[in-house]
Design a protein around this ligand. Structure first.
Ligand SMILES: Cc1cc2nc3c(=O)[nH]c(=O)nc-3n(C[C@H](O)[C@H](O)[C@H](O)COP(=O)(O)O)c2cc1C
Length: 190
């Protein structure tokens, strides 16, 4: 006889965080420049590739994020995908600070936004749409420029801490993934 799995409707935000922390993600730093052309950015795990045609991505900044205010004004942002050598970069951008770029080497994207050196890749985007997501915004961006890809290991975030993979590449799990957006086997462009 089937058993009912345990679940509760009576949970607090700490328990919610713990449950959601079981979902492992990569780490990005989303950057732009402010009105005075100063670089700003924040560490962001809520990044996802959304659509292949048109090429869209999505991320979720807290409504209190200072970087978000600059990104919204600029209307453009760069997503920097971090490698496992960049824990210190994640830490620098994952906490409030007036000069997070102090120890960071970066180059300007075509629109002049910060591309952090030694990341796995980067994309430059225009804001396409912003919708409400509780205490976060849901931001959809249209990819305008695709950065080069560095063969290195990703930085992972899991249960509130950092992890790295054993191998730089993994084998796709099943053939049905062929039409999935981030699948990179066969004759795709990656
Ligand atoms: C690994 C990691 C992932 C994070 N992911 C997010 C995220 O998805 N959305 C968000 O709003 N903040 C996220 N944060 C927290 C922000 O980076 C942090 O609150 C930062 O201080 C915001 O800076 P700002 O106010 O200058 O924008 C993350 C932090 C870390 C370390």
């Amino acid at each position: 006889m089937a058993q009912t799995p345990y679940g509760t409707e009576d949970f607090d935000s700490r328990q919610f965080r713990t449950a959601m922390g079981q979902f492992c993600t990569g780490v990005t730093v989303i950057t732009t420049v402010d009105d005075d052309d100063r670089p700003v950015g924040f560490a962001c795990q809520s990044f996802v590739a959304l659509s292949l045609d048109p090429p869209l991505v999505l991320f979720c900044p807290m409504k209190t994020s200072r970087s978000w205010k600059a990104i919204e004004r600029k209307g453009k942002f760069v997503v920097n995908v971090l490698s496992n050598r960049q824990q210190d970069v994640s830490a620098a951008f994952g906490a409030p600070g007036d000069d997070k770029f102090r120890n960071i080497t970066w180059d300007p994207s075509p629109a002049g936004l910060p591309v952090i050196r030694h990341g796995l890749t980067w994309v430059e985007c225009d804001i396409e749409r912003v919708t409400d997501g509780g205490d976060h915004h849901i931001v959809i961006g249209r990819v305008q420029v695709l950065g080069e890809v560095l063969q290195d290991r990703p930085l992972l975030f899991y249960r509130g801490g950092y992890l790295s993979t054993e191998h730089p590449r993994v084998t796709p799990a099943q053939a049905e993934l062929e039409h999935f957006l981030t699948w990179t086997g066969g004759d795709t462009w990656l």
